[in-house]
Write a protein that binds this ligand. Sequence first.
Ligand code: SAM
Length: 230
Amino acid sequence: VPWRATILTLYPEMFPGPLGISLSGDALGRGTWALETRQIREHGIGRHRSVDDTPAGGGAGMVLRCDVLAAAIDAAAPADDPRPRILMSPRGKPLTQARVRALSAGPGAVIVCGRFEGVDERVIAGRGLEEVSIGDYVLSGGEIAALVLIDACVRLLPGVMGKLASGDEESFEAGHLEYPHYTRPREWEGRAIPDVLSGGNHGAIAKWREAESVRLTRERRPDLLVSCKI
Ligand code: SAM
């Protein structure tokens, strides 16, 4: 059974989008993972298939209706669907590589993309949605956030990264930022590749990379070093 993503959205034409290209696109073509989009508007109200309404208490913008969204969720994922139900939301728990790894090891995800001012709060508890944020900024909709989440998960599926596979030397996997990379030419515009990388001493290379990782993490993301010690 492939890893399966079901997306609930008002803009299904945004998928697979960039996920149809390169490693994720090839893997999609091979059936390593599957993508299904569901148009929330199919569960809209009345002749106009209306999905949103004005916020209770007043204020700007519109809110996605809980009854419409719940009907879309129920149609897309029955109660016994084992996949986590995720609502992309700037208020959510920040997405981490650890969470990505856990998600990619599971059966997939049902992902709800918000729009407008967001969704009626009641559907979050009513349908057991877990709110996930991709960062402290506001996008115009959940679709691009869903693409980010799926991309991060799919590249970890067996066979997707091919020979690049290990993945565990990468930024965040080991709790620190990745060391710098170089390739040919050996000298470029007066900048040379660090000698140690051309010396063929693998022990020394590993040590240098580890030291660079720690240095970069200390400089740029000291918060990662702190959380690593726990
Ligand atoms: N009024 C909301 C607020 O201030 O928190 C912003 C709503 S935003 C314009 C519309 C939708 O985009 C959200 O419901 C969510 O699905 C998605 N979205 C925006 N920023 C996001 C982020 N950083 N991470 C995940 N989803 C996000």
